[in-house]
Design a protein around this ligand. Structure first.
Ligand SMILES: *[C@@H]1O[C@H](CO)[C@@H](O)[C@H](O)[C@H]1NC(C)=O
Ligand SMILES: *[C@@H]1O[C@H](CO)[C@@H](O)[C@H](O)[C@H]1NC(C)=O
Ligand SMILES: *[C@@H]1O[C@H](CO)[C@@H](O)[C@H](O)[C@H]1NC(C)=O
Ligand SMILES: *[C@@H]1O[C@H](CO)[C@@H](O)[C@H](O)[C@H]1NC(C)=O
Ligand SMILES: *[C@@H]1O[C@H](CO)[C@@H](O)[C@H](O)[C@H]1NC(C)=O
Length: 398
């Protein structure tokens, strides 16, 4: 009798203990229960967002984002705000005006577009004339030290401030020798270029109140500011916000340079670049912080790793499927002019050749992923405006 009572008690405590362990385990697991959902499909809450404005900054991996957006537009038959007439961008480096968009009348009722993503200098009231009021605004930034380095190589022959500088270190040692502020527009690439793209004065002194006010303004307008240095994490976050499918945010690196045409700045040069582009440096640091704060608020570290790994795996899969030799090619190796990217300055811009013998459906998917931006823009333009003269991109053949 006594011993059986003791047995019941032991049994009771064992059950309590077991329940406690299960409870704790469940609590622990719960944190990442959501982690498993992407493995079972792409269901997101609500339909995908289709009204999107991407401010395409320069030399920030934005061409890869542009490619995703063009693909999204084409496969879903959405409308996109394309440059009017023979232009290849939306009025850059002038502040954007609505009539830079093909099909927009200067008077009366405006047509609205789903997507806007070509180069422009941001000017909100004019953008709002052509984009719906529920548009999702986003952009991408890159560490200004590397952004400037890329810009220097790419615009070496075009930008007055760069033309006479032997290299970027020489330019940064004495920028005012080369940089003439009154040639502001053509020199936009030479100082605080991202600040300029956002529509602000890139020659303004980095005065605290001014900088803070502008940063707050950008934060209010842009729901998301991505980081080129964390491109894959950026795509994970973007995909969640837009409720798009995985393949919609998988891209190959486009408009990238060969390693040969990438130079490295001395540590001193890097510090000078941060001072010369002080506005961009503040911009970048601020949005690097908000980017990571948003990532951490939405994704556990484990979930982030899982989603980034999934994105990379899919990219590798598509590269193996689509690309000749599985990777990028030098411009001379790209025989198909439709796939050869525009070359500029001292940069050696890489592109891709497609694998031979792809079936039609795969070919179409792959072609879209490797089509450089000018060719893609010209194609969308021809599809949308068959009655207008096509974009003249014959300079690509040179
Ligand atoms: C695509 O959209 C255009 C304009 O909205 C429309 O005229 C056309 O029929 C659509 N095409 C398809 C295949 O849905
Ligand atoms: C947004 O636009 C729609 C249609 O153009 C309009 O009905 C609606 O009132 C607008 N909403 C806001 C908040 O401006
Ligand atoms: C800067 O450019 C302006 C306009 O072209 C020119 O008048 C001026 O002489 C230039 N300044 C210098 C220092 O070269
Ligand atoms: C950007 O943020 C990450 C994560 O907090 C940090 O490791 C990195 O140093 C930051 N980059 C710059 C240039 O501040
Ligand atoms: C593949 O596309 C080509 C040209 O676009 C066409 O002639 C051919 O019939 C297509 N083949 C299949 C199986 O659809």
């Amino acid at each position: 009798m006594l011993s059986s009572l003791g047995g019941t008690q032991r049994c009771f405590w064992a059950i309590v203990l077991l329940a406690l362990i299960l409870f704790l385990l469940a609590g622990l697991l719960h944190v990442d229960v959501t982690m498993f959902s992407p493995l079972f499909g792409d269901q997101a809450e609500g339909p995908p967002i289709t009204n999107v404005m991407f401010l395409k900054t320069h030399k920030t991996a934005s061409s890869s984002v542009l490619n995703m957006l063009f693909r999204f537009v084409e496969t879903r038959n959405l409308s996109v705000a394309l440059p009017a007439g023979s232009r290849v961008h939306l009025g850059y480096p002038w502040l954007f005006l609505a009539h830079y968009v093909e099909g927009v009348k200067q008077d009366g009722a405006q047509q609205r577009f789903n997507v806007m993503c070509n180069h422009l200098r941001f000017n909100l009231p004019e953008v709002q004339k052509v984009m719906p009021n529920d548009t999702f605004y986003f952009s991408i930034l890159r560490n200004p030290v590397f952004q400037l380095e890329s810009s220097f190589i790419y615009y070496k022959d075009y930008v007055p401030a760069f033309r006479n500088a032997e290299n970027l270190d020489a330019f940064l040692a004495s920028p005012l020798t080369y940089y003439n502020q009154s040639l502001s527009l053509r020199n936009a690439y030479a100082k605080n270029n991202m600040w300029f793209d956002l529509g602000y004065d890139h020659n303004a002194p980095a005065e605290e109140n001014y900088v803070r006010a502008r940063l707050a303004e950008v934060e209010r307008r842009f729901q998301l500011v991505l980081m080129a240095e964390y491109f894959d994490e950026s795509m994970v976050l973007l995909r969640r916000r837009l409720r798009w499918r995985l393949d919609d945010v998988v891209s190959f690196r486009l408009n990238a340079r060969s390693q040969r045409s990438v130079t490295s700045l001395t540590p001193e040069g890097q510090e000078r670049a941060k001072r010369w582009c002080a506005l961009d440096w503040r911009l970048y640091q601020h949005f690097n912080r908000t980017f990571w704060a948003q990532v951490h608020a939405e994704l556990s570290p484990l979930r982030l790793r899982v989603e980034v790994a999934r994105l990379r795996a899919r990219r590798r899969e598509l590269m193996a499927l689509c690309l000749q030799d599985g990777g990028p090619k030098d411009k001379k190796q790209i025989t198909d002019l439709h796939l050869r990217p525009y070359q500029s300055g001292k940069a050696d811009i890489l592109g891709y050749n497609l694998r031979q013998g792809l079936d039609n459906q795969t070919l179409q998917v792959c072609q879209r992923m490797v089509t450089p931006e000018l060719q893609y823009m010209a194609r969308l333009y021809a599809q949308r405006f068959p009655e207008k003269p096509p974009k003249d991109i014959s300079f690509l053949e040179a």
